[in-house]
Write a protein that binds this ligand. Sequence first.
Ligand SMILES: [Fe+2]
Length: 292
Amino acid sequence: MRDFNEHNITQAVIDRFAGTPDARLKEIMNSLVTHLHDFVRDVEPSFAEWETAIGFLTRTGQMCDDKRQEFILLSDTLGVSMLVDAINHRMPEGATETTVLGPFYVQGPPEFENGADISGGLKGEMLFVEARVAAADGTPLVGATVDVWQSDDDGFYDVQRPELKDAALRGRFKTNDAAKTWFRTILPAAYPIPYDGPVGDMLRATNRHPWRPAHVHFMIAAPGYETLVTHVFVAGDQYLDSDAVFGVKNSLISEFPEHPPGKMPDGVESATPWRELTYNFGLKPLEGVEQR
Ligand SMILES: [Fe+2]
């Protein structure tokens, strides 16, 4: 076939994928071509605009390395990450809602015993965190793996501070015999997503702010359950209704009450006032896996 025009080229491209052996890949390519062509027909870009788009995507890829993931940021700020999350996590009653992974998770975080201080000596308001982990039906989950990571008092993650030698404000814990994990840290601050790259250019050009409300990230894994990726947000944050990545859900907002100096829940004395986060997490059983 020849003489392709704006009316027949879409079907011609779809036909070219007709021999794709993997049925799912074929379905995805057909849909991609259909929607991409419809988008182009809708927008009718000039060549200059098309070149701008190619340049934008090129810079997005070039911005990525082992510590910076600009494509995840792009997905997040376009609401695609939360859409994928919503489609994949239709949660049963009792299961904690999910939200975006975000770009700051680091594989293989340092492992700690319960009660440890993960602040790395960084300044901030002391925060005592207790996470209780159960199945959606309330069954306590002993030995669950709880990964946490968060921003510091200035809104930066450790990977954004090249002067830090070691990981800070991130770690891996296991729930104890009472299905609890607890640790000391500092209160996280709201922060702008990195906006010195193409995603920041997009936000500026569209008059959007880059801020995320303060939160602590959790990734909780237990055999037989879907790994839970979520955050707990600090109630009252000014950005809860305008999160740059659309990640806020009401059920994930928690009070972080302030306490005077004195004993924290694990019996350790704090010489300074301290904040507290206690949150009950519920994990969704994996489908097709028999529960013990
Ligand atoms: Fe975050």
